[in-house]
Design a protein around this ligand. Sequence first.
Ligand SMILES: *Cc1c(COP(=O)(O)O)cnc(C)c1O
Length: 228
Amino acid sequence: MELIRRWRELTEKLDQASVKLLAVSKYAPDDAVQMLIDAGQSDFGESRAQQLRDRAMRWPHCAWHMIGPVQKNKAKYIGRHASMWHSCENLETAQVVARYVKERSSEQSDAVSPLPVLIQVNIADVPAQHGIRPAAVPGFAADLMKIDGLKLAGLMCMAPKGGDAAQAFQALSSLRETLLNGCFADVGSLALCMGMSGDYEVAIGEGATMVRLGSTLFGGWDVRHQDV
Ligand SMILES: *Cc1c(COP(=O)(O)O)cnc(C)c1O
């Protein structure tokens, strides 16, 4: 079982660094997801809202993280089914997601348990990349914290294509410090979700608390690499 062997190696390495593994299953078939669940993996990342919904309904005991761009008309799937939303970059969409989070809580007839949200940061400030510009993050975070049903839980970024990953991850880490030393001291802790298959070791070196791994974990199971 190559998949399970890779998963064991990766989790061992990540556990030593106290870093959480998000298994990015967006291109992986259900069989591969099931194998990882059987092995003990609990957190999965999806980039399409409907697939997240389908898998969250099929495997409700796992945590399903939304890591892709969210259109307002798909926001209900995130509000209803996501355990964490990593790619928040728009307040209007956030309002809609929050509405469905509150609905979910009232159906379960308990107090509203807010959805943890990470702000996606366009850390290298590259035009046309997803995410909030670094300078705008404190203001965005303040607005986000006013939305009932959501809870600011950290920052997420992708290294710029062809750019300096270490520099980008350092910048996200110091942005978190800025927030924690500023008006956000009372949020407690803020996750740093950064690092993918090609740069997760760099990200861990810069203080990542969570990495998002797809191809290096799923390998040949990843449908992008079926010919490997
Ligand atoms: C697909 C994806 C990943 C995983 O990418 P790999 O390079 O396959 O590990 C991580 N983060 C986001 C936002 C993604 O869309």
